[in-house]
Design a protein around this ligand. Structure first.
Ligand SMILES: [Zn+2]
Length: 319
């Protein structure tokens, strides 16, 4: 057993899974800082997810540095993942998704007043959402992404895009009325630092829109039970359900708690289903997921958490 408490980020690349599991009790939750359970919630081939005793979130071990995390997002294999294929062209489904997001922003934001203003999408991929938002709502698109292929694709279309993390983005990317970070916070190595950085780049009274998976939904509950039953086999299934790019999983409560700690007012936090057309998987998997999403509706724990977080109008910001 580890004799001293380890903090996040102290796992070393050479550490075996057995050593990691023996010491997992000493790790802290990346979201709330409280101890993680020593028994993994999910066993993967070279890694595991451990649940937090306090907030119920899951933290991926071993932790990667932000540069290691950036590197696994800048590969051809990841760029060509089927997930993205559904989100790269400005299709009717993408327009609908964009309108839904702006509809959720209406409670906190004058949507008509966004026309002609810059909107920053962090984790913008090749800019499908930004292009839909420009077409539908007249925003001026600005993107940040960790994948060079994505940023180059944006730039070829004449859209302002920057390679890297939001923490390292150019200093002129400030004073936004709206920032979006869709399916992103589960990918970043320091989610608290990420939210603080977003807050600083919003204008006072501005909002960020987030989406992230909900581990209290049936797909993850069933995945967790199956993983325990089979000790993580078949490995391919669990690598698909818990891809190595996702380094923390949230509950609605833990996301709201992290947002408040980072200085946000939580305007709205809810969950939604993933529509049939947005599930990038084979027909049997889509069917199984859709069945589980019926359960989610009944339990009120749908597969995607969405949140609108506001930077308080009186808050101090970056120069
Ligand atoms: Zn926690």
């Amino acid at each position: 057993m580890a004799e001293t408490s380890q903090t996040i980020g102290e796992t070393s690349p050479g550490q075996t899974l057995e050593q990691l599991q023996a010491g997992a009790a000493g790790f802290s939750c990346v979201i709330c800082g409280q101890p993680l359970r020593s028994e993994p919630a999910i066993r993967l081939v070279k890694s595991q997810l451990n649940a937090c005793e306090a907030c119920g979130s899951w933290t991926y071990l071993p932790r990667r540095s932000s540069s290691e995390q950036a590197a696994i997002h800048d590969t051809e294999e990841y760029f060509d993942h089927p997930y993205f294929a559904l989100r790269r062209s400005v299709s009717p489904a993408l327009i609908r998704r964009c309108r839904d997001i702006f509809g959720r922003l209406e409670q906190s934001t004058d949507i008509a007043a966004l026309r002609g203003q810059r909107l920053l999408d962090v984790g913008c991929d090749t800019g499908g959402f930004l292009q839909a938002a420009r077409q539908e709502f007249g925003i001026v698109p600005v993107g940040v992404d960790a994948a060079s292929r994505s940023v180059e694709a944006m730039q070829r279309q004449g859209i302002e895009a920057h390679l890297g993390s939001i923490e390292r983005a150019p200093s002129h990317l400030i004073d936004f009325p709206v920032i979006t970070a869709i399916d992103l916070i589960e990918h970043v190595s320091d989610p608290a630092g990420f939210l603080r950085e977003i807050r600083e780049r919003l204008r006072p009274g501005g909002v960020v829109y987030l989406e992230t998976p909900n581990i209290q939904s049936a797909v993850y509950r069933v995945g967790c039970a199956l993983n325990r039953l089979t000790h993580g086999r078949p490995e391919g299934l669990f690598e698909r359900l818990f891809p190595p790019q996702h380094v923390q999983y949230f509950t609605m409560t833990s996301l709201a708690g992290l947002a408040r700690t980072a200085g946000f007012e939580v305007v709205q936090i809810q969950n939604r289903v993933l529509p049939w057309g947005d599930i990038a998987a084979s027909m049997p998997v889509r069917t199984a997921m859709s069945a589980m999403q019926l359960l989610d509706r009944g339990l009120g724990a749908r597969i995607l958490i969405w949140a609108v977080l506001k930077r308080p109008a009186s808050g101090a910001g970056r120069g």
